[in-house]
Design a protein around this ligand. Structure first.
Ligand code: UDX
Length: 435
């Protein structure tokens, strides 16, 4: 199959490289000339384990290429994927669809012969129809189908998620497009991956419903963690105790500082807005959004309380800035609420993150960045773990204690056991567990 992928952001690049690895001929197109030049030189603009090698192998095999020129890449394509950004529109939280619509107009100009246009960007219900209308208006006689095919990739595990998905969702309105989509995902059919064929609107909603449900699960366990702290229970054991019930499942039940990232905050908000404007308000999701926002804002208070009520003039060591490990992505990371709140309360912040410091520098000011976890701790009055990078999981606790001015650790990810901290003589505060 010949595939054109519009957009070389996170989703476009991972999907393009994986489709090429399935054996398809893929051209990834982006308007950003410098991005294309970098990709052609083998530089990967995002941090994703395994992606660089996968891109290099498929470029070498002649299955994957990059281009600025949609017109040259699209004729003869069996499918053109739209994988452009749909950021939250400023002010109202609706998804901004201008990039998707622009891509549709451009495809209409250049497509040739029967083409399946596949929307991989996360778009509200009805967008597929809108894309079809745009193309139909520009090319009344063209033969094409518009399909919805949402992505469920987690940053840091995206290649595995693409190649071994729990399911693939495809929203189609005609049999001809079903055949093309079946052929594109053939390697997964052979692996017996469930492929959910449904109509376009349902497919569009599945994406939002999945993310909103997962965000709800996290928010639920975060509230249970707060309750555990009040009643002397342990949230990890609560999560295990309920997660072993097959109807609930144990995943996405890690209590923490609140969810962040490029998807959950944006998609929950977009679902809330769509539901409101459709006259079917999603009240549970509305509450989840509200609770998560206020939770992230309240996390700095835990550090202040651990330091005896004031951090004025103190130095706080921060380990981890990205919204989760194995990414350099800072979008909606809890650190963006926590660090400024610590600074506002009068503390100096010293921080280390294995991949996110460059991104963080553009978003926050007055942070003293260091070269490793131990250097961050030197002379600090307390340490707070915001992101659970592997390299923070097995710190030498004696060294931690000797480097800190006061042995105080606030662990917002529960990566240590209270008992080992007590043994090491560190005052340890975690989430939803008795100290
Ligand atoms: C998510 C979805 O998982 C993915 O299917 C979708 O396509 C895009 O959004 P991603 O944003 O990469 O992926 O990260 P994910 O691993 O889902 O984590 C999202 C946020 O939830 C992170 O801030 C993470 O720390 C938090 N989280 C996750 C928890 O606090 N507890 C959990 O148990 C799981």
């Amino acid at each position: 199959m010949r595939v054109t992928m519009i957009g070389t952001g996170y989703v476009g690049l991972v999907s393009g490289a994986c489709f090429a690895d399935f054996g398809h001929d893929v051209v990834c197109v982006d308007k950003d000339e410098s991005k294309i030049a970098k990709l052609e030189a083998g530089e990967i603009p995002i941090f994703e384990p395994g992606l660089e090698g996968l891109v290099a192998e498929n470029v070498k095999a002649g299955r994957l290429s990059f281009s600025r020129d949609l017109a040259a890449s699209t004729p003869n394509a069996d499918a053109v994927f739209i994988a452009v950004g749909t950021p939250s529109r400023r002010g109202d939280g609706f998804a901004d669809l201008s990039y998707v619509y622009k891509a549709a107009e451009e495809i209409a100009e250049v497509m040739d012969g029967y083409t399946v246009i596949v929307n991989k960007s996360t778009v509200p219900v009805g967008t597929g129809q809108e894309v079809e209308d745009i193309i139909r208006k520009a090319r009344p006689d063209a033969e094409f189908s518009v399909v919805s095919n949402p992505e469920f990739l987690r940053e840091g595990a995206a290649i595995n998620d693409f190649k071994h998905p729990d399911r693939v969702v495809v929203g189609v309105e005609d049999e001809r497009a079903v055949k093309v989509m079946r052929e594109i995902y053939r390697p997964l059919f052979l692996n017996e991956t469930p492929i959910v064929f449904t109509n376009r609107a349902t497919s569009e909603l599945i994406k939002y419903a999945a993310n909103a449900f997962l965000a709800t699960k996290i928010t639920f366990i975060n509230e249970m963690a707060d309750l555990c702290e009040k009643v002397g229970a342990n949230v990890q054991e609560v999560a295990r105790g309920i997660g072993l019930d097959g109807r609930i499942g144990g995943k996405f039940l890690h209590a923490g500082p609140g969810y962040g990232g490029s998807c959950f905050p944006k998609d929950t908000l977009a679902l809330v807005r769509t539901a409101q404007s459709s006259g079917a308000p999603a009240r549970i999701v509305e509450t989840v959004v509200e609770i998560n926002d206020s939770r992230k804002k309240r996390m700095a208070d835990r550090v202040i309380a651990a330091c005896g009520g004031s951090i004025e003039g103190k130095t706080i060591a921060v380990l981890g800035l990205t919204f989760k490990p194995n990414t350099d992505d800072m979008r909606d990371s809890p650190s963006l609420d926590i660090v400024p709140a610590l600074q506002k309360a009068g503390a100096k912040v010293r921080a280390f993150d294995p991949a996110g410091m460059k991104e963080a520098e553009a978003l926050m000011s007055d942070i003293d960045y260091t070269e490793g976890p131990y250097q961050t701790l030197e002379g600090a009055d307390a340490v707070v773990i915001i992101t659970e990078w592997d390299e923070f999981r097995a710190l030498d606790l004696e060294r931690v204690k000797s480097l800190l001015k006061a042995p105080i650790m606030v662990d917002l990810r529960n990566i240590y056991r209270p008992a080992e901290m007590a043994e090491a003589g560190i005052q340890y505060y975690s989430i939803g567990r008795p100290s």
